[in-house]
Design a protein around this ligand. Structure first.
Ligand code: MTE
Ligand code: CO
Length: 422
């Protein structure tokens, strides 16, 4: 073994030998035998010099070797970066929690920098007692903690007419999964006293877009939160600091950021975001509206176009995420041959209502091309459809609510590409 062929070559050689001799997968996965690998024979700088002192970074950052784990945008998607979107780097993440700095952003008028001391939340309309809360007032209500996914209804919206964007970051990255700390919206509405004809709630943001959405009062009273913390720390500016609405399982557009007002009414307001936007145009010219719930969906995050197989054949790990706005995802199936054979993936990590789930499928890659797909089954029994099944009743005029099965083609070199098969 020469020096610079290093551990990789050793590992491959070892693997081949192990498998040829009928070795189990486990043999391939063990570390390579001791070699003259410079990574172990030579003293490294971090081994011989002191490291950074404490307080070097009063707010910690990821390692400099992880600079590829960043949000990315697709500049041609939107006319300008103020009303725009970027994407969570799903291919770089594992587990289920999205780190705060990597949560995708969707702003209609940029990310507002709101001074919490000047921020107020108003409840007016069909209530016994209109109220205005300061941030301090809100902190005196009992809080709860829940982990929920937020998916923009436009996630995968570019894929209706065929495979388009090359990477799960871009096809599926309008999602994040965060632990929220907040006050149940029910408690605030009870404080104001909703009148008996109060059937709808308008939520409004304090940003320059003053985003507004109508929400049925049953949902508002059920599991919505007025949140001020994400993953334990204050909301990030991009995510609506100091206050955002959490609408579990429902489309991201309703999760009003920089939340400043609730109006109680007796009918929906028919705002821009629930008429010209966030409706689903069908082939016959009619449109579905108020399609709030995000149906079950999944995607393989690795291997994927931005996360090719680099280790050659042998033991290979397929992993991905699954979620449903209707409950949990107890089962995900994976195929490596475009649906000829399906295998049950291994679910690993917490399984919570309306939260992201993580799955794994370990197999021995023979080096031949793969067609990778995943298929989520949610706790209601609903099974994620193929793209063709979805198009049968939705057509191709939609932007929103595309939860069809994603396919990655992996070639002999391990490079992956977004494709469609029928
Ligand atoms: N709230 C306000 N006030 N302004 C906005 O532009 N965008 C909405 C929603 N809430 C928006 C908003 C949309 S379309 C989505 S998908 C989510 O916020 C995105 O949340 P995120 O930026 O935390 O990912
Ligand atoms: Co959105």
């Amino acid at each position: 073994m020469t020096k610079n062929s290093g551990a990789g070559a050793t590992r491959r050689g070892f693997l081949k030998a192990g498998l040829a001799a009928g070795g189990a997968l486990a043999a391939g996965r063990t570390a390579s035998a001791a070699t003259s690998d410079p990574a172990i024979t030579e003293i490294q700088p971090w081994n011989s010099e002191s490291g950074d002192p404490v307080d070097f970074a009063p707010y910690g950052k990821p390692s400099e070797y992880e600079s590829e784990a960043i949000r990315r945008s697709v500049p041609w998607l939107t006319a300008d970066p103020i009303s725009s979107i970027n994407f969570t780097p799903l291919h770089k993440l594992d587990g289920t929690i999205t780190p705060n700095g990597l949560c995708f952003e969707r702003h209609h008028a940029g990310a507002a920098h709101v001074d919490p001391s000047k921020h107020r939340l108003m409840i007016n309309g069909l209530v016994d007692k209109p109220l205005v809360f300061t941030m301090e007032d809100l902190m005196r209500f009992p809080r709860e903690n829940y982990i929920y996914f937020l998916e923009c209804a436009a996630n995968s919206g570019m894929e209706w007419r065929g495979a388009q964007l090359n990477g799960c970051q871009f096809t599926h990255g309008m999602i994040h999964n965060v632990m929220y700390t907040g006050v149940p919206l029910r408690l605030l509405l009870e404080e104001a006293g909703v009148k008996t004809n109060g059937k709808w709630l308008l939520a409004e943001g304090a940003d320059a877009s003053a985003m507004t959405r109508s929400i049925p009062i049953e949902k508002a009273m059920d599991d919505c939160l007025v949140a001020f913390k994400m993953n334990g720390e204050a909301l990030r500016v991009e995510q609506g600091y100091p206050l955002r609405l959490v609408v579990p399982g429902w489309e991201g557009n309703m999760w009003i950021k920089w939340l400043r007002r609730f109006e109680v009414g007796d009918q929906p307001w028919q705002q821009r975001e629930e008429t010209s936007k966030y409706t689903d145009l069908l082939e016959d010219g009619k449109a579905r509206r108020f399609t709030w719930v995000m149906d079950a969906k999944s995607v393989i995050t690795s291997p994927s176009p931005q996360a090719p197989i680099t280790h050659g054949k042998g033991p290979t790990i397929v992993t991905g995420i699954a979620w449903s706005g209707r409950g949990t995802v107890p089962r995900v199936d994976v195929t490596i041959d475009g649906g000829k054979n399906w295998y049950k993936a291994r679910m690993a990590g917490p399984s919570m209502d309306k939260a992201m789930h993580r799955f794994y499928f370990e197999f021995d890659w023979d080096g031949r091309p793969l067609l990778l797909q995943s298929r989520a089954h949610d706790s209601t029994g609903y099974v994620q459809p193929t793209k063709d099944e979805l198009r049968k009743f939705r057509g191709v005029n939609s932007i929103y609510h595309n939860n069809g099965i994603q396919t990655w083609y992996v070639n002999e070199k391990g490079e992956a590409e977004n494709v469609e098969i029928s």
